[in-house]
Design a binder for this molecule. Sequence first.
Ligand code: AKB
Length: 319
Amino acid sequence: MTKILVTGATGQIGSELTLVLREKHGGENVVAAGHKKSPHPRLAETGPFVTLDVTDRAQLEKVVREYSITEIYHLAAILSASGEQNPGLAWRVNMEGLYNVLEVAREAGISRIFWPSSIAVFGPKTPKENTPQDTILSPTTMYGITKVAGELLCEYYHRRYGLDVRGLRFPGIISSETPPGGGTTDYAVEIFYAAVRGEPYTCFVRPDTVLPMMYMPDCLKATLLLMEADPRCLRYRIYNVTGLSFSAEELAKEIQKRVPGFRVEYKPDFRQAIADSWPRTIDDSAARADWGWKPDYDLPKMVEAMLKALRRRKERGEL
Ligand code: AKB
């Protein structure tokens, strides 16, 4: 019987991934864990919810034992922009959290682990276009450093203890349910909220800033595809994946086609330097070849879907 623990379940990816996993495995078999005391009602009503600080190993061990957990999706993390504001916290949550998960998994004989890496593993010396799977990993942010160290740690636990850890180097994730918190790519989500609320948007990166992104349905699809893949097909533990790449201005224009009069101005802040250190486009051919990855959303399709979903939320009085 599969019993899953999702850490960071109240976050942008966790809040949607938990519901998809519950549909697949049954609500009672997917334990959502977050550090926030009050989760979204949908999370609390569809299965168990526990309050968990991933830096507390004893607490993690207790949850794994109590619910007889067999798989962990470890999503709890501090993202790039927050990590630059508080590097110590980013190190503690990202590194101690992952180490605790891997150690508890090893001791408890957990069969599989999912852990998200990020395009933040790349740095200014990495090729910016079609960034390859195997390339220079020399990030300049604390978040990126924890992701590179995390990838190496996952590979170590696989090689040394046979733990089946799998992960994806996620680009910026765009979604309509739970806003991201503290990332550099957050502008690509915030801009939609402003457009639907009828407010102007001040973008914190330059209009010509191009970053790799992915719409949430593609993010969920990639995660499930990777986790279901035959282990014999996996040449890597952690894969490059991407959905689409666009500049901040291209995104604004695509929204303006559908929201006439929507105003966007650009006031780059400290996050510009982070964005400038990351790739513009990603080569995810290894993921495509090994486990059949293919995104469904291009820019117009994603913008259409985001506006529709947020307008629905606004009608329900949620925005
Ligand atoms: C961030 O901007 O920090 C994240 C990421 C790309 O990992 N969205």
